[in-house]
Design a binder for this molecule. Structure first.
Ligand SMILES: [Zn+2]
Length: 328
């Protein structure tokens, strides 16, 4: 008890001069220490999403893809992250070969306790959830599917660099390439197994001695009225981390967004991080079963654009992750 109050007093003395809107004091799960946690700025995260969309679709082997990758690398450099770029070639279901990059930015590279935060930075070459055949062949903006998760991660990197409080652990931001080039239903080519998540499959098989205590994957984390349910593969491999993340969200006031519901398994990058890299990873991914499909109705359509990005969803996800990082 004595220790607890001593720490509280120390925190008060250290941080009482800071502007109240910069950080929030919060006790950890065991209520033993008080930690000062920076605020997540959803406007800034939205800006990073808009810039990614501004490059055009980030489809492998296009100019927009190369330019956006270069831009993300520069941002990690700017925010003081140590870079690890994994360049590789990948052949997709249509027998095209693409130059790809998995991009990692590390904070506290020498810390032994580490969290891996991931998202995919490519966007889908098709809009195969559209009804019209012609529209199906047009690449999507991918504002939510891809850019939203990346925007949240870059904003976390920026926030940590600009904050006087630093996390005690190492953080690795990992942006997977070529997640969303999976074989569409309209394809008349022979069915190709595992045609999705090619970047994470490559990374998991070629990660060297990299490891982390656990990981969190973000995918489609900026939708309007979004909810995030506890996804089956995450529960199977990393239920303790699922409970930790959902409890952290609830304690931050986001239990209406991070809902207490267990749902089906989906194929996403975390499957390969769990099964091949053997790092327990959970997926925060929008769940909307209103039309019988797991995902929101903008998924893989031309409506996955900036107009359908909601800053309050970005805030819920970004603040939950910052709280998670600072409470470790
Ligand atoms: Zn997708």
């Amino acid at each position: 008890m004595k220790f607890k109050y001593a720490v509280i007093l120390l925190c008060f003395l250290l941080f009482s001069c800071k502007k109240s809107n910069e950080t929030k004091k919060i006790t950890n799960e065991n209520a033993q220490i008080v930690v000062s946690i920076p605020n997540f700025n959803a406007d800034s995260a939205f800006g990073y999403i808009a810039t990614q969309v501004g490059f055009g679709p980030r489809v492998p082997s296009t100019k927009g893809h190369v330019q956006c990758g270069d831009y993300l690398i520069k941002l990690f450099e700017k925010y003081g992250c140590q870079l690890e770029i994994q360049s590789f070639s990948m052949t997709t279901f249509d027998d095209k070969s693409h130059k790809c990059r998995n991009i990692m930015g590390k904070i506290n590279p020498n810390a032994t306790k580490r969290i891996l935060l991931a998202s995919h930075w490519d966007s889908r070459p098709f809009a195969d959830q559209e009804k019209d055949m012609k529209t199906q062949k047009v690449p999507i903006d991918g504002a939510n599917d891809g850019a939203s998760g990346v925007g949240v991660l870059i904003e976390i990197a920026r926030t940590i660099q600009n904050s006087s409080q630093k996390p005690n652990i190492g953080i690795d931001f990992l942006l997977f390439d070529i997640e969303d080039y999976g074989q569409p239903e309209f394809s008349d080519l022979p069915e190709r197994q595992n045609s999705w998540c090619l970047g994470s499959q490559y990374w998991a098989a070629n990660k060297g001695n990299y490891t982390a205590n656990y990981g969190v994957l973000l995918d489609m984390v900026g939708g309007k009225n979004a909810t995030f349910a506890q996804e089956g593969t995450s529960i199977y491999f990393a239920n303790d981390i699922v409970q930790k993340v959902w409890n952290t969200a609830a304690r931050a006031g986001y239990s209406h967004i991070f809902i207490n519901q267990q749902v089906d398994q989906i194929t996403d990058d975390h499957v390969f991080v769990n099964s091949i890299a053997k790092i327990p990873m959970v997926d925060i991914i929008e769940y909307d079963n209103s039309d019988g499909v797991f995902f929101a109705n903008t998924w893989h359509t031309q409506n996955d654009n900036l107009q359908n990005i909601d800053k309050s969803t970005l805030k819920a996800v970004g603040q939950t992750l910052l709280n998670l990082i600072y409470l470790e």
